[in-house]
Design a protein around this ligand. Structure first.
Ligand SMILES: [Zn+2]
Length: 204
């Protein structure tokens, strides 16, 4: 509902133009200064614009909550999180690592459609040379953001490309494929090819 309201902002943008034209009509004498209806019209328009601005401001404020993500692992298995500054650089700057025991279930952080699954690798180790040996799943979301989850156990994927998943759905199991020094799940959310900082849902 709020998203629909957002589209009306183009109508609100016309308000200054209407005000401008009315002021011009006053100045040219087309509307007499004593015309009460003209002043009522201007007052109503200004009030409408003010209310609309407040609502739009509120929409901007609450917007980030619309792309909230869940942790990609069960909370009771989580040992810690890390920004891993060594490997999370450049376009991967905002990626996050979730340290968990080997074999932990990987859960969909947000609803979407599975775009890509790689689960045929069995290789991994503490060296960048293993970077392209990681098994992973990519999920596309309805606002264009994509989630990339890596370090899946070989052959553990429970989903396939085209599959629609709900938040929290079991995707696969953790396995240290790819470049990794300790068992963890790598999570990165991309928008236009660059990682973005994400908000996480609060857990009770
Ligand atoms: Zn990572």
């Amino acid at each position: 509902m709020l998203e629909k309201f957002r589209k009306w902002q183009y109508v609100f943008a016309c308000i200054p133009a209407i005000l401008g034209v009315t002021v011009l009509l006053f100045a040219r004498g087309v509307i007499p200064f004593a015309d009460r209806r003209a002043w009522l019209f201007l007052g109503a328009l200004a009030a409408y614009g003010a209310v609309a601005s407040i609502i739009l401001f509120y929409l901007e404020k609450i917007r980030p909550k619309w792309n909230e993500y869940r942790y990609p692992v069960p909370m009771d298995k989580l040992i810690g999180t890390s920004d891993s500054p060594e490997s999370h650089t450049g376009r991967d700057q905002h990626a996050l690592d979730f340290v968990v025991p080997e074999g932990t279930e990987i859960l969909a952080p947000r609803a979407g459609r599975v775009l890509e699954v790689k689960e045929d690798s069995s290789e991994g180790g503490p060296d960048p040379a293993f970077a392209d040996k990681a098994n992973y799943i990519i999920i596309g979301h309805d606002d264009g953001e994509t989630t990339y989850i890596a370090h899946l156990k070989e052959g553990s994927a429970r989903v396939w490309p085209g599959k629609v998943v709900f938040a929290g759905q079991l995707l696969a199991q953790q396995g240290s494929t790819g470049w990794t020094t300790e068992p963890h799940v790598h999570l990165a959310v991309y928008q236009d090819g660059v990682t973005i900082p994400i908000r996480f849902q609060k857990y009770p």
